[in-house]
Design a protein around this ligand. Structure first.
Ligand SMILES: Cc1ncc(COP(=O)(O)O)c(C=O)c1O
Length: 499
């Protein structure tokens, strides 16, 4: 179970030097993953403010920005250009031969097999068998494809979908439209789990379980986020999945904010299905191809060969697999190019593919996956827990002692609170900081002016994520110092206005 372990105390908890720059530097010096930062392109402060993308003239050197926004869009790995350029060269020099012909200097296999390479590399990142993962399409599309397969409402039987009331809007729209697609009324069929406290919208596992229990007899599907996009809360996937199954309800997880962020074990947790995007912590570029997981017990394809030796949908009744929306790329590789209109799905998640993948796009995903596999999720998670706990410590315990540079006593000021659970095992990299509503504009503007990239959610939340592949403890220290100063300055300005 992901949240039953306890976390040892962090070394900075009793150390007054924790607020000094030297202390942050010492944490970086001990970081065994620090070299991965060099594998990413980190924009300079000047890059962020220049009116053009390409510099027009020779520019004086500029310091790197402090990029803490991997929860929204991850930075570009240096390998991406290499992989994308090699693909472009393959296409340019080989044309259609690139589909099937291997080459001595290829970085990815021929185009027809590139998706296999991606799923093999993706599997350890989400804790799955390679056959349970497909790198394909985009998140909302994949949610629809999966719901088309797993949401099978019965007339007079189970028809409801349980989800959270504060879900990312695209998930809400996807569920609502699936329900309407079956000619059912969303007002009745959509069960929305609402937080007890709207100001502090954390959902306890008990609350989720109680809503599931209340609707269990009528529920056909549950869809939840592994990590909530707004609060950064990491749900207890293992326990909630087991509970759903005890009520015979299939459950799917939106892993947009969890993939590449926390150590998922989708197979072991017996999750029915999951989907994610690859542009946040997965660093594959805006709108990059996403991924999906289908547990192996749902991915079977039983072919009972008939007397004439034929399988496939041409011999209906002899082929059994979970129903889905189909396209040729989900068809078994041995028969895919026979073009005989008999759909024989590939076993596993690959059988959910519809179209041949964009090799341009998947090249970027593969480049990023190579970095993840070199670093490994267990090691990344260990560093992530430390980075985020250090940030929380600096934000919440800053003394007013001037020597430390942190001139604001955050504990007294109460200019902000952290929405994200304080238990490191109930969150990933992201901290969602709720500031007093009148402070957001000023605080955010000062962070931008200081070259610190975070993400604001109006009316008053700043989401900040220190990601272990490219962020340092110094990034965290810089952010905290600037954020606390920015809060104090915005408060002084506000008092000046009102006083
Ligand atoms: C939780 C969640 N669900 C769905 C989406 C929509 O993703 P896409 O535009 O890739 O379909 C996002 C995008 O950020 C998200 O964070």
């Amino acid at each position: 179970m992901q949240q039953s372990q306890s976390q040892p105390p962090f070394p900075w908890e009793d150390d007054t030097k924790a607020f000094t720059k030297a202390y942050a530097e010492s944490l970086d010096a001990q970081d065994t993953l620090a070299h991965f930062r060099g594998q990413f392109i980190i924009p300079t402060k000047h890059d962020l403010t220049r009116k053009t993308i390409v510099p027009k003239d020779e520019e004086p050197p500029s310091p790197l920005c402090t990029y803490l926004c991997g929860n929204s869009l991850g930075l570009q790995p240096k390998a991406t250009q290499t992989y994308v350029n090699r693909f472009l060269q393959t296409w340019a020099t080989k044309g259609v031969l690139g589909h099937f012909t291997p080459h001595e200097d290829e970085l990815t296999p021929p185009f027809v097999d590139v998706d296999d390479m991606a799923s093999k590399l993706m599997a350890p990142v989400v804790g799955a068998l390679a056959s349970e993962v497909a790198v394909m399409d985009t998140l909302t599309t994949n949610l629809h494809l999966l719901m088309a397969s797993f949401y099978r409402p019965q007339v007079g039987g189970r028809y409801k979908i349980v989800m959270e009331g504060k879900a990312f809007p695209s998930d809400h729209f996807a569920v609502e439209s699936q329900i309407m697609h079956h000619n059912l009324p969303p007002a009745e069929a959509m069960v929305l789990i609402e937080p007890d406290d709207l100001e502090h919208p954390i959902l306890s596992t008990e609350k989720i379980i109680s809503v599931i229990d209340e609707h269990a007899e009528e529920t056909a599907l549950i869809l939840l986020p592994a990590i909530q996009y707004y609060t950064g809360q990491y749900f207890d996937i293992a326990r909630i999945t087991a509970h759903a199954h005890s009520k015979q309800i299939p459950i799917g997880w939106d892993c947009a904010h969890a993939v590449g962020n926390v150590e998922l074990k989708l197979h072991d947790w017996d999750v029915d299905f999951a989907a994610w995007c690859n542009y946040k912590y997965m660093n594959s570029g805006p709108g990059a191809m996403g991924g999906l997981f289908v547990h192996e017990r749902h991915g079977f394809v039983d072919v009972d060969v008939n007397e004439n030796g034929n399988g496939g949908s041409g011999s209906m009744g002899r082929l059994s697999y979970r129903p889905r929306l189909a396209g040729w790329w989900g068809g078994d590789k041995k028969t895919r190019f026979i073009m005989d209109n008999r759909f024989l799905p590939c076993p596993g998640a690959a059988g959910y593919q519809l179209s041949n993948p964009s090799v341009l796009d998947i090249s970027a995903v593969i480049a990023s996956l190579q970095v993840f596999n070199a670093a490994t999720m267990p090691a990344l998670r260990q560093k992530s827990i430390k980075l985020t706990a250090y940030m929380e410590h600096l934000l919440l315990n800053s003394p007013s002692d001037k020597q430390t540079i942190f001139s604001v006593n955050s504990a007294d000021s109460k200019l902000f609170t952290i929405l994200t659970p304080s238990n490191p095992l109930e969150r990933g990299s992201q901290l969602s900081i709720l500031v007093r509503p009148y402070l957001l504009q000023g605080v955010y503007a000062r962070l931008v002016a200081s070259g610190i990239v975070v993400d604001e959610r109006k009316p008053n939340v700043i989401r900040v994520a220190a990601v272990p592949l490219y962020n340092s403890f110094m990034d965290v220290w810089e952010f905290c110092r600037e954020f606390l100063e920015a809060c104090a300055e915005a408060e002084r300005e506000n008092q000046g206005k009102t006083g």
